[in-house]
Design a protein around this ligand. Structure first.
Ligand code: FAD
Length: 361
């Protein structure tokens, strides 16, 4: 059904690259053209994916079945890649730890208990100081730069074409031969003409990158209600570490909603290091007295009030006098890698259903 259809994908972050690549892998005879202002290798505050951790840790709530499905599909996909193509993809199997300062409903409601191998509650003697409850499980870490390049290379090898363009309006990428546009513009869905989604906003995340090859585990510390770190600037402190396959470890972090600043704050970096070491002093190699900063990073998570937007709509191009299907895949917040394969798969299903329905009319 998609033979000879021409699909334009906007965006070369993890959402756009996953969608464009999967389209070519699954649909025979389709043409896919990727348009973006930023591509893998670029470092810009306007381009979130390279600044990501990244690891798989689902934040889907017990009742959010749609998000759970996205995360589950992606976990299984990443697990296969880690087992078969770790070097090419930068995806590695690691140990995950979640620590709660106070036992909460959230800690007992984790939906991915049955998904992640070796999931179990931690024994008392395994808990860091100040932690009441914890779990461990197997998960994956993703080196964003390696994975984005892997996706782009796969896309090109399957015959995909690309173009560096900065669009002001969706209409600018719709030509007479365009059948579908898939919008994966991340944070820019707020300003891109023809989309202008007021629900999209940034959440600034600052991290510190260190070189610690002995660390092959990730942790996330959940604060007690009374203890949530909120410095006077209004940002929310998070405490987590994410190892990468190349020996780098990302120390985090912050979650600062509506803050567009991509400047590094050295005081925040120092506080992040302190918090991470307080939770896991074994981050520090025995022969070192302090962690050496390799570099700092700041990225803007593309958040959306009502969650990720994966849906389609028909628009009429006045210039061309025809209807065009526009599908959306943006607003992934702090979990865009962990849901990337699942959302790409779903947006393609939506596209096919809507085209089929239209053709049968
Ligand atoms: C500090 C930090 C840590 C994170 N850790 C994790 C983690 O551990 N696990 C996880 O799953 N997620 C994590 N995330 C979240 C994840 O990085 C994002 O959800 C994800 O990268 C969003 O990808 P995207 O493709 O939607 O957007 P982006 O990567 O921003 O890509 C958007 C693309 O659209 C293009 N574009 C936009 N507008 C236009 C236009 N007008 N014209 C042309 N091109 C345009 C851009 O050039 C770019 O190519 C983290 C994020 C941060 C900041």
């Amino acid at each position: 059904m998609l033979t000879n259809k021409r699909v334009v994908v906007i965006g070369a972050g993890v959402s756009g690259l996953s969608t464009a690549t999967l389209l070519l892998q699954k649909e025979k005879g389709i043409e896919v053209h990727l348009i973006a202002k930023h591509f893998p290798g670029d470092l810009s505050g306007e381009y979130t994916s390279p600044w990501s951790g990244a690891h798989w840790r689902s934040h889907a709530t017990k009742d959010n079945i749609r998000q759970q499905e996205y995360d589950k599909e992606t976990f299984n996909h990443f697990w296969r890649l880690a087992e078969t193509a770790q070097d090419k993809t930068g995806i590695t199997i690691i140990d995950g730890f979640d620590y709660w300062e106070q036992l909460s409903q959230e800690s007992s409601d984790l939906w991915f208990k049955s998904l992640c191998p070796e999931f179990r509650n931690l024994r008392k003697e395994e808990l860091p100081t100040g932690i009441e409850f914890g779990v461990t499980y197997k998960t994956v870490s993703i080196n964003p730069s390696t994975y984005l390049n892997y996706l782009l290379n796969t896309f090109i090898s399957l015959g995909g074409t690309m173009q560096r363009v900065s669009l002001s309006h969706l209409n600018e990428c719709i030509k007479s031969d365009t059948d579908v546009v898939i919008n994966c513009s991340g944070i820019h869905a707020r300003t891109l003409g023809g989309v202008e989604d007021p629900e999209v906003y940034p959440s600034r995340g600052q991290t510190v990158i260190v070189q610690l090859p002995h660390v092959n585990w990730t942790f996330l510390r959940h604060y007690a209600e009374s203890n949530i770190g909120m410095p006077s600037d209004g940002s929310i402190e998070m405490t987590y570490v994410i190892p990468r396959e190349n020996g780098e470890v990302v120390l985090g972090g912050t979650y600062d909603e509506h803050n567009y600043s991509t400047d590094v704050d050295d005081n925040i970096s120092a506080a992040i290091i302190q918090r991470c070491l307080a939770t896991r002093p074994d981050l520090l190699p025995p022969d070192q007295t302090q962690l050496a900063i390799k570099r700092n990073a700041v990225g803007l998570r593309p958040c959306r009030k009502s969650g990720t937007r994966v849906e389609g709509e028909w628009i009429t191009s006045e210039d061309l006098g025809k209807k065009i299907l526009v599908c959306h895949n943006y607003g992934h917040g702090g979990a865009g890698f962990g849901s990337s394969y699942g959302t790409a798969k779903h947006v393609i299903e939506i596209m096919k259903e809507m085209l089929e329905k239209q053709e049968s009319v």
